[in-house]
Design a protein around this ligand. Structure first.
Ligand code: IMP
Ligand code: MG
Length: 178
């Protein structure tokens, strides 16, 4: 079967807009965590670019770790099933943890992660997401640090993919399959 051909839309959020927002959020995170150390937990792979951009702007001590979860496979619709593919390398008990995610869509991934990480007794547990897509929310979830709200379109770029493609785009755009 031939590969699906994807068509990219117009730029929705530019690299400059993302940089500016990351700087604001990084400053806010630093203010909120004044005098404390943070553990930023990036959710692989989509959050990688956003995580880099945000932590450059954090001025309190920050360590990083990563988790990989899967709820989608290669499709663009949530199965509602979340699986931990790679767990944290470090213990989080008593630490200030910020989960860094690319996009909150149904909210199922993050509500699962929040519940699962809360059980490990962090001192605090917050969420920082590049994008919020509220139109398709199925699980209620509070996003402490949200970059931008997007409409009900499938997004790629700045770490986000369709079928593992377009993560390298330095901006956010929509994509449709032909
Ligand atoms: P949720 O569990 O439905 O909130 O889905 C979160 C995950 O689905 C994100 O971490 C993304 O990997 C993926 N996802 C949801 N919407 C999009 C999108 O528009 N573009 C790319 N990935 C998406
Ligand atoms: Mg993801």
């Amino acid at each position: 079967m031939p590969d699906t051909v994807y068509r990219l839309g117009e730029t929705i959020i530019s690299e400059e807009q993302i940089r500016e927002r990351a700087a604001e959020i990084g400053r806010k995170i630093s203010e909120d965590a004044a005098g404390e150390e943070i553990l930023a937990v990036g959710i692989l792979k989509g959050a990688v670019m956003w995580m880099c951009e945000v932590i450059k702007n954090i001025s309190v001590p920050v360590k990083i770790d990563f988790m990989a979860v899967s709820s989608y496979g290669a499709a663009t619709k949530s199965s509602g099933v979340v699986r931990i593919i790679k767990d944290l390398d470090t213990a989080i008990e008593g630490r200030h943890v910020i989960i860094v995610e690319d996009i909150v869509d149904s909210g199922i991934t993050l509500s699962y992660l929040k519940e699962s990480l809360s059980a490990r007794k962090p001192k605090s547990l917050k969420i920082c997401a590049l994008l919020d897509k509220p139109a398709r929310r199925r699980a209620e979830i509070e996003i402490d640090y949200a970059g931008f709200t997007v409409g009900d379109v499938f997004i790629v770029g700045y770490g986000l993919d369709v079928d593992q493609q377009f993560r390298n785009l330095p901006y956010i755009t929509s994509v449709t399959a032909e």
